[in-house]
Write a protein of this length. Sequence first.
Lengths: 311, 359
Amino acid sequence: MDWWIGFLSAAVVAGTPLLFASLGGILSERVGNQNLGIEGMMLMGAVSGFIVAVKTSSPILAMLAAALAGLAGAFIYGVLAITFRTNQVVSGLTLTMFGTGLASFLGKPYVSMMTPQAIKSFFASRPIPILGDIPFIGPIFFKQDIFIYFGYALVIVLGFYIYKTRQGLNMRAVGQNPAAADAASINVTLYKYVHVLLGGALCGLGGAYLSLVYVPSWQENITAGLGWIAVALIIFATWNPYKAVFGSYLFGGLTILGFRLQGAGIHINQYLVDMTPYVVTILVLILVSQGHSVKNAPPKSLGLPYFREER
Amino acid sequence: MVIRLFQIIKRSEITTLKKTINMLIAIFLALVTVAIFLAILGYNPLSVYASMLDGAFGSNYRIKQTIVNTIPLVITSLGILIAFKMKFWNIGAEGQILIGGFCGGYFAYNFAYWPKPILLLVMLIAGFIGGGLWGLLAGYLKTRWHASEAITTLMMNYIALKWIVYLQFGPWKDPNAFGYPTMSRFAENAIFPKLFGVHIGWIIALVLVVAVHIFMTRTKKGFEIAVIGESENTGRYAGINIKRTMLLAIFLSGALCGLSGIIQASAVNNILSSTLANGLGYTAIITTWLAHLNAPLTLVVCFLFAVLTQGGSFIQTAMGIPSSVATVLQAMILFFVLGSELFNNYKIVRKNKQQKEVK
């Protein structure tokens, strides 16, 4: 029992960067823009957050810097993929390359520096009264840090936004059929930009969780491919923020499972366990690509540029 | 809004010369942007660029290093080219390189006593087939279940990577490495020979450039691949066996990436390791795109990128500037070139008054 609580609460921690990044990706893909730059934006966020944290010791400023860095990355992608209508796959990959290079460059003087004490104590575990006392559930979900609670709030807000508001409906329309949305006088370009940029900000925050809380120090290539797992998670969650929570903690759990099992005396190879998120994603992708369920299908215009003159 | 005053409209084909000029302007702007960035950080951009060039061409040894960097990039780019021509977004070169290295490495580790020419040939074939099959799997998922290849190939990169890591830490770990997780070095027999100071991969790369170019522009299959890329339906009306052609193209695409994997592992690294691909598969996507999916141009672009990479690692040691400047520069060049492509296909005109009133 104690092992399970320990493991699951660690899974929530490990899944948090994934949660932020996959929520960001969902926003972007919901308006039809597949952004393979998630890994790059996470790294840009991670390094900017860390540098600002070291310079100012202010957790809020650090998070803000991380979000802005991710947003800036998404802006480059947005100009190319939305305004210039370039190939989304190539634009996204270039963004990842750019972000990786930039983070490695800017972070060089900070390698293996620790996160300042003020930041660490701000992000220390803070149990929520009452909720934290619920047996089993409490210690897993409600004895965590503020960043994680922020993640919970974000899921609820985004879920409400996407499914219950007029803007959310418009946004889904843009992703499904931009021409029809345009005809219904929805500003397609504006919707695309807003969501791609917000998505980038969330990816930046996801990266910052790594450098500010999870690790917490600066390392070269700190994301170590988590951005790609986030890309996978978007599909696993079938573009649904609620399912993204479940998926993030599941995949987060898988990334630490092998190590934990060894601690419990069960020997299973970590590297083979590490493969499971990717294998599972391929299986889910096959399932959602069958088109049996409209609800779980990818946004119809995903990956296609919208050009009004070519309707 | 200002943007409303302008309109982007499609333009007719522009000349190759104009396209080339557009691209050169884009590359120049990228260099200027990175220069400004470097200047802000307190470096002298001109001396950084100069010493990058020095690092890539300054001595015989450095020129050789630049060529060695070019080889895997060219072969991988050619593989990606075949898939991209068909609009099959093969992001999986990274994994195909690793699996190619793994399949070739299997023979290198287990049959080192074979006569050298036979062993090397078998390694090449194994790398080719291994990478090809790894690509084919994604192709099968696409043709059978319409699973987006950009995602499946991406996921398979990580599956391949974890597999190699597993081997490196587990069954293929070198028992004589004092517990250090590494595989053993290839036997002398399993290492590709050199010709004029550079391993023979350069000959393979040059031959492949010609072969792929002829295949894509002069053969029926190559033409069919391009037709499917333009429109699957056109291909179907023309009586092309879509599935078979697709799978063949994907196999070839993965196979070339696999080939580049085993050549790199044997000739350059002399060892199979999880860092074999190390981003090469992603960089190659960018070079392929920059070369407009044209095989001879690939050679030029890959050489340019190799110069940047080699120059980048030189300034790290010479000036203490992180080599990642090269990566930033490469990405920046692609950003600008991607942006400039808009001006190849579209032109921006002022909206005339009448149209505005109608709105």
